[in-house]
Structure formats: structure tokens, C-alpha cells
Design a protein around this ligand. Structure first.
Ligand SMILES: CCCCCCCC/C=C\CCCCCCCCCCCCCCCC(=O)SCCNC(=O)CCNC(=O)[C@H](O)C(C)(C)COP(=O)(O)OP(=O)(O)OC[C@H]1O[C@@H](n2cnc3c(N)ncnc32)[C@H](O)[C@@H]1OP(=O)(O)O
Ligand SMILES: Cc1cc2nc3c(=O)[nH]c(=O)nc-3n(C[C@H](O)[C@H](O)[C@H](O)COP(=O)(O)OP(=O)(O)OC[C@H]3O[C@@H](n4cnc5c(N)ncnc54)[C@H](O)[C@@H]3O)c2cc1C
Length: 629
């Protein structure tokens, strides 16, 4: 199938998804019960899966239909099949051997097997090595015994596990030949394929309400000595032979591959949520007029307040910059994964380090930005029907799942300090860390020069990383490793974020320089880039003085420069958000529709409140009168 660019995919989806017979008629779910919401979202998620199958979509296209933009329309309260599609299927494809793939994938694609990715336990999420579910091999029966030693080791969180999945990839501590072999993946049937009842030895259920995505259907799972055939350990990487002998994987962390993939997918996808929020806030900021009338007798559009421009416009620039860098990461992931499948794992450490820091940077920036955009819509931004609360709930979940952000930044920092100290294999050509082994870029700072800003961002990253690497090295001489590491945690996290910021701006600088289709587009990209850079400096002025070579006078100039740039960007705000190409039904917000008919839509949504059905609700007689208030 010919690969389509993002916009073409949306056009294609526009007809396929929005007009799909089982998807086109949407219902308001706000007043549904938990169970009704689940049923509604599950039936729509199933229709989407069928569509993916009928269309024969490749992974890039699946990523678009599973994206937040589309899922807000198909499964507004969370997709109970998301983890099946984004984690379970990719795990089978990348970690099952060829025999296993041919054994299971037919049933996965015909919908007989529906799965989840069961890793996190009640007492362990971050520290994967600490998981306590065991898989003990018995050569006599050629089975693994899967067991949950106590309730704190119950699997807790997996999406779709609650009531949807009948299989799980279970991450468990492997014991064979009496030896612990670390965490490995096992394909486990948890519910009967026909009756959907839990299989013997399995306790399973749903964990309860959350901040958002309540139909993601997160669940719990316990095993009471459940026997699993030897052939159900995923064996593309490590193997357990019939006699119990163990063959190591080609890379120690090969079984963590699904997490790398999902981090990349989350980074890419969270920008979609930001694009929706930015479109809503931009449109509302034009429609909304409030304040002392101006010379023309009209109250001002709120976007003409300088403070409102600062709340909205830098986040539109961020949509462009983060979209470009996460798309590049996605391409890089595809390349490295094919190398790893061919047995060459040389690029894996850096991919892991980059995926960790971009997932963290993007989810952190996007959740902060969406909250700022929600506040920019005043009271109406607090309404569920604005869609902004749900967008925030979605983005902020990304800061926790698939590796809590602080923990992921520390993984990146670990790689960076090793590179800075020369104790890691030297980076490959084109690596994102070569700047650490070169002299600092001494391009002098000048407002108005994106190249000078990029150089300063690079000096901050270099300064942060080398400083913390030196502090760590010094502490290691006087205290145990764990204490030395803990002593530097805050600075390590800051160093990893600074490195992530440098990655992002370098990638975008390249995108701008390679753009040749139109001078006007290039100028617009340059303006967006300038806004992003000036805003980045304004958010971390101390860093740019300490490490970036900026003076207090540069900082003052940058503040003024940013405000001038915002005024320059303001007339382009609507075309720039229209260019995200988001149909109203995908935006699904009272405040963010293309025609700007905000107030009529707000009344229309209020008419759905069940409390408005009767002029005097029954509760008045039942509660208020009886209690003689
Ligand atoms: C054709 C059909 C195909 C289908 C394809 C479908 C495609 C769909 C596509 C796209 C969809 C996009 C849109 C959708 C977007 C998403 C929607 C989201 C919906 C909801 C989904 C919710 C999902 C959430 C799921 C989860 O949360 S699962 C649980 C995740 N858990 C974690 O992430 C735990 C975090 N902790 C860890 O990862 C580890 O514990 C640790 C912190 C890394 C430490 O590990 P460990 O203790 O084992 O490490 P050490 O022993 O200390 O060793 C460290 C060394 O190891 C290296 N390392 C660590 N990890 C990795 C790795 N992953 N890879 C490589 N190397 C690794 C590290 O660098 C150290 O190396 P050293 O050299 O320094 O020693
Ligand atoms: C909506 C949602 C969906 C999920 N879906 C799935 C799923 O499908 N499958 C699955 O297996 N899991 C899933 N999870 C679980 C998720 O992956 C974990 O919650 C996540 O990895 C964080 O782990 P934790 O809960 O143990 O956090 P904790 O590690 O307990 O974090 C608490 C605090 O401790 C800090 N901390 C912990 N360790 C360190 C350290 N070494 N250094 C410094 N600070 C540290 C953290 O920074 C954080 O501030 C989901 C979670 C959510 C919220």
C-alpha cells in the first residue's frame, strides 16, 4: 500500500471513519453510566478494528487511526482495545518467534484473541526488575507455573484487562534450572474464548474510576499456579529449551522493546491532543469579546490582549516543532527496529535514551500547554463540552504511563553522563550526542537569529550534562554509587530535559532548512520557530545565563522580542490552526468549531442534562422537601 502523508491520511479517514455506518452516529456519553459508556466505546473500538482489517492498513496508517485525534471521535472515553492494538499486537510481532507468530496472529486478526500487556503490579511499576509474578519452568510437564505470591504482586493497570481481553502478554520473573533469569514475556489465556469466563486459577477484574480515559478498561489479574505450555514464552529473543536450559537474548533488554515502541507512539500522539487544544483555544479567542469597548464600539477580541497571546500562540508554535521532531523519532525507530531484528543492536541504547527523553519532554510540555490553553478559555474551558478537561486528562496520563517521566529522564541522563565521561561505546555517525564530545558552539547570541538560539540551547544542554557528570564523578569518589546518583537526581533530570530540547530544536532547524516548496511557507516556519525558541529561553532564563552565554541584557531583549513575535504571529493564528486539518466532528468541542457559533452550541449541550428534562425534577420532592430545608 502506498504510504500517505498525514494530511492525506486524514482525508482518507474523513470518509472512511466519519462516514462509517457503525461510527458516524455519535451519542453524548457524559450522562451515561460507567457500564453504558464502556459498551458504547467498546462497540465503536471494535468497528475501528474491523475497519483497520478491511482496509489492510500498515503500521503508519494504524498509528493515524489509533491517534488521539481520531479516537476522540471513535472512543471518546478511552479505547478498551488501545493496549491490544498498540502493545499486545506489536509485542507478538516483535517478540514471538516465527512459529508463534503463525500460531497466534490469525486468531488475533480475526478477533478471536483479544489481548493486553500485563506488566505493572500493585507494588511495582517503575522498577521492572522488581516485579514479583513468577514463571517457573518444569521440564517434566514442559510447562511454566505462573504464580502471584501475594496481593501486592497482583497485576494492576493493564488496559483492556478489566473485562475486554481474553489473553495477556504477562511480564514475569523466569526461573529455570533453579536460576532466576529476569523478566520475560509469556502469552497467557486468561478468559475462555467462548464464554469469556476467567480460566481456572485466574482472578481478574476492573480497577475502578480514574481522572480520565475511563473506558480504557484497566484491570487487575492474579495467578494461582496457572500452567502455561513451554511454547507460550515469547521466544524471538531469549529461549527456554525443553530440558530447561536457557539461551540468552542478543540484547539484555530485548524484552523491553514494546516499551520503546509505545514511548515513541505516545510522544507522536500527544502532539495530536495539543493540536486539538490549540485549535479550540485559538478559535475561541477570536470569537470571545470581553472588556471596555474600543474606538469601533466593540469589545475587544480576547486574543488582542498581550497576555492572551502569550497563553495561546507559543503552544501553536510548539505543535509544529514537536510534530516534526516526534515524526523524525518515529522514522528513526522504524529504522533501528529493523536493524535489531537483523541482529544488530548497536543503535538501541541511543534510541532508548532518545525515546525516553522525548516521551517525557513532549508529555510534560503538552500537558502544561493544554492546561494553559484551558485556562485561556476562562470559565467555559472548565466545561466538559469544551473537550479541554479530557484533553488534559489524556496528556497528563502520558506523563505517567509507559515509564514515569522522571524515571525516563534519568534513563536518558544515565546515557548522557556515560557519553560525556567517555565510558560508553562512542556514538554512531549522525548520533544526537556527538555535541558532547566536541567544543561548545560559540556562535554569539543575537535576538532575531534562530541559529544563534539553537547554539545557545546546545550550550545549555552541554553545560548541564557536563556539569552533572563532573559532580557525579566527584561524589563517586567519596560515597557509594546509589548515594552519589541520588545526590545528583534533580540536576540529572534537568540535563536530560535540556538535551531533549536541543534534539527538538535541531530537528526542526533541519526541517525548516529543507523546506523548499514555497518561500511563504518557509517564512512562516521560521516565524513559528522563532516564537518557539524565544519562548523556550523565556521559560528557562536562569539556564541561558548560567550555561547558554546570554547576558541579563540579552534576556531583557528576548522578552521584548518574544512579545513582538507574538504580535506578528497573531494574524496567522487561525490559518495555522486550520492547517491542522481537523474536522469539527474530530475536535468535538462547543468552543472550537470552525464556524465559531460558540454560544448556541453551549445551550444545545446544556439541553442534554437529565436535570433539565422535567421543569421540577423528582429530586426536589424526594430530597429537599422531605428534609424540610
Ligand atoms: C500491522 C499491525 C501492527 C500493529 C501495530 C499497531 C500500531 C499502533 C501504532 C501507533 C499508535 C499510535 C497512537 C496511539 C498512541 C498511544 C495511545 C495510548 C493509549 C493508552 C496506552 C496506555 C499504555 C500504557 C502501558 C504501560 O504503561 S505498560 C508499562 C510501562 N512500564 C514502564 O515503562 C516501566 C518503566 N521502567 C523501565 O522501563 C525500567 O524499569 C527501567 C527504568 C528502564 C530500568 O530497568 P532495569 O532496572 O531493568 O535496568 P537496569 O538493569 O538498571 O539497566 C539499565 C540498562 O538497561 C538499558 N535499558 C533500559 N531499558 C532499555 C530499553 N527499553 N531498551 C534498551 N536498553 C534499555 C539502560 O540504557 C541501561 O544501559 P547501560 O548500558 O547504561 O547499563
Ligand atoms: C492510564 C494508565 C494506563 C496504564 N496502562 C498500563 C498497561 O496497559 N500495562 C501496564 O503494565 N501498566 C500500565 N500502566 C502502569 C504504568 O506503566 C505505571 O503506573 C508507570 O510506569 C509508573 O509506575 P508507578 O505507578 O510504579 O510509579 P512510581 O514509580 O511508584 O512513581 C511514584 C513516584 O516515585 C518516583 N520514583 C520512582 N522510582 C524512582 C527512581 N528510581 N528515581 C527517582 N524517582 C523515582 C517517580 O518519579 C514518582 O514521582 C498504566 C498506568 C496508567 C495511569
Amino acid at each position: 500500500m502506498v504510504s500517505r502523508n498525514r494530511s492525506q491520511v486524514k482525508d482518507h479517514l474523513g470518509s472512511k471513519v466519519l462516514n462509517h455506518p457503525e461510527l458516524r452516529n455519535t451519542k453524548a456519553t457524559e450522562y451515561m453510566s460507567h457500564e453504558e459508556k464502556y459498551r458504547y466505546n467498546l462497540s465503536r473500538a471494535t468497528a475501528m478494528l474491523k475497519l483497520i482489517d478491511e482496509e489492510g492498513m500498515d503500521v503508519n496508517e494504524i498509528s493515524k487511526v489509533m491517534s488521539h485525534t481520531v479516537s476522540g471521535f471513535t472512543t471518546p472515553d478511552g479505547n478498551p482495545l488501545a493496549v491490544h492494538q498498540v502493545m499486545f499486537v506489536p509485542t507478538l510481532m516483535n517478540q514471538a518467534d516465527d512459529d508463534q507468530v503463525s500460531r497466534w496472529l490469525g486468531d488475533v486478526f480475526n478477533g478471536t484473541i483479544v489481548g493486553t500487556y500485563a506488566q505493572t503490579e500493585l507494588s511495582h511499576g517503575t522498577f521492572v526488575r522488581g516485579l514479583r509474578t513468577t514463571a517457573t519452568y518444569d521440564p517434566a510437564s514442559r510447562t511454566f507455573d505462573l504464580h502471584t505470591p501475594d496481593v501486592s504482586a497482583a497485576k494492576w493497570w493493564p488496559g483492556g484487562l478489566g473485562t475486554t481481553a481474553n489473553h495477556a502478554v504477562v511480564m514475569a520473573q523466569l526461573y529455570t534450572d533453579g536460576q532466576p533469569r529476569g523478566i520475560h514475556p509469556f502469552m497467557v489465556a486468561i478468559r475462555d474464548r467462548e464464554t469469556h469466563r476467567p480460566l481456572p486459577g485466574i482472578t481478574v477484574g476492573e480497577i475502578g474510576p480514574k481522572l480520565g480515559q475511563n473506558t480504557l478498561n484497566n484491570g487487575y489479574l492474579l495467578f494461582d499456579h496457572v500452567k502455561v505450555p513451554r511454547e507460550n514464552m515469547l521466544m524471538r529473543n531469549a529461549r527456554v529449551n525443553e530440558d530447561g536450559s536457557y539461551t540468552k537474548p542478543s540484547h539484555q533488554k530485548a524484552s523491553y522493546g514494546t516499551m520503546v515502541f509505545t514511548r515513541v507512539a505516545i510522544a507522536l500522539d500527544t502532539v495530536d491532543a495539543l493540536q486539538i487544544a490549540a485549535t479550540i483555544a485559538a478559535r475561541y479567542s477570536i470569537v470571545r469579546r470581553q472588556g471596555e469597548p474600543r474606538d469601533d464600539g466593540q469589545e475587544p477580541q480576547i486574543i488582542d490582549y498581550q497576555t492572551q497571546q502569550l497563553k495561546v500562540l507559543p503552544h501553536i508554535a510548539a505543535c509544529y516543532v514537536l510534530r516534526a521532531s516526534t515524526a523524525r523519532l518515529w522514522e528513526h525507530h522504524t529504522h533501528v527496529t529493523s536493524e535489531v531484528r537483523g541482529g544488530d543492536t548497536a543503535l538501541l541504547p541511543e534510541l532508548h535514551a532518545t525515546a525516553c527523553c522525548l516521551k517525557a519532554l513532549v508529555t510534560q510540555d503538552c500537558s502544561e500547554a493544554i492546561e494553559a490553553l484551558r485556562l485561556s478559555c476562562g470559565g467555559h474551558g472548565y466545561m466538559t463540552a469544551s473537550r479541554l478537561p479530557a484533553l488534559y486528562a489524556y496528556a497528563t496520563a502520558g506523563a505517567t504511563y509507559e515509564g514515569e517521566n522522571t524515571v525516563l529522564l534519568l534513563q536518558t541522563a544515565r546515557y548522557l553522563v556515560k557519553q560525556a565521561g567517555g565510558s560508553h561505546a562512542p556514538p554512531a555517525a549522525g548520533s544526537a550526542v556527538t555535541y558532547l564530545s566536541r567544543p561548545a558552539d560559540d556562535t554569539p547570541f543575537a535576538v532575531g537569529s534562530p541559529a544563534a538560539y539553537v547554539a545557545a540551547v546546545g550550550r545549555v544542554a552541554r553545560g548541564r550534562v557536563t556539569e552533572v557528570a563532573a559532580a557525579l564523578q566527584a561524589d563517586r569518589q567519596t560515597m557509594p554509587e546509589a548515594d552519589a546518583w541520588n545526590q545528583s537526581l534533580v540536576q540529572l533530570v534537568a540535563a536530560a530535559l535540556a538535551h531533549g530540547r536541543y534534539f527538538v530544536v535541531r530537528e526542526f532547524a533541519e526541517v525548516v532548512s529543507q523546506q523548499s516548496s514555497s518561500r511563504a511557507i518557509q517564512q512562516m516556519l521560521q516565524l513559528l520557530f522563532s516564537v518557539y525558541l524565544a519562548h523556550a529561553v523565556s521559560r528557562a532564563e536562569g539556564d541561558f545565563i548560567t550555561y547558554g552565554g546570554l547576558t541579563p541584557s540579552d534576556i531583557r531583549l528576548n522578552r521584548r522580542h518574544l512579545l513582538r513575535l507574538l504580535a506578528e504571529l497573531r494574524p496567522h493564528m487561525i490559518p495555522l490552526t486550520d492547517a491542522f486539518d481537523l474536522p469539527d466532528r474530530l475536535i468535538n468541542s462547543t468552543l472550537g468549531a470552525w464556524d465559531g457559533d460558540v454560544y448556541r452550541r453551549m445551550f444545545e449541550q446544556a439541553s442534554h442534562s437529565p436535570l433539565n428534562t422535567d421543569e421540577v425534577p423528582a429530586s426536589f420532592h424526594q430530597a429537599m422537601l422531605r428534609s424540610k430545608l
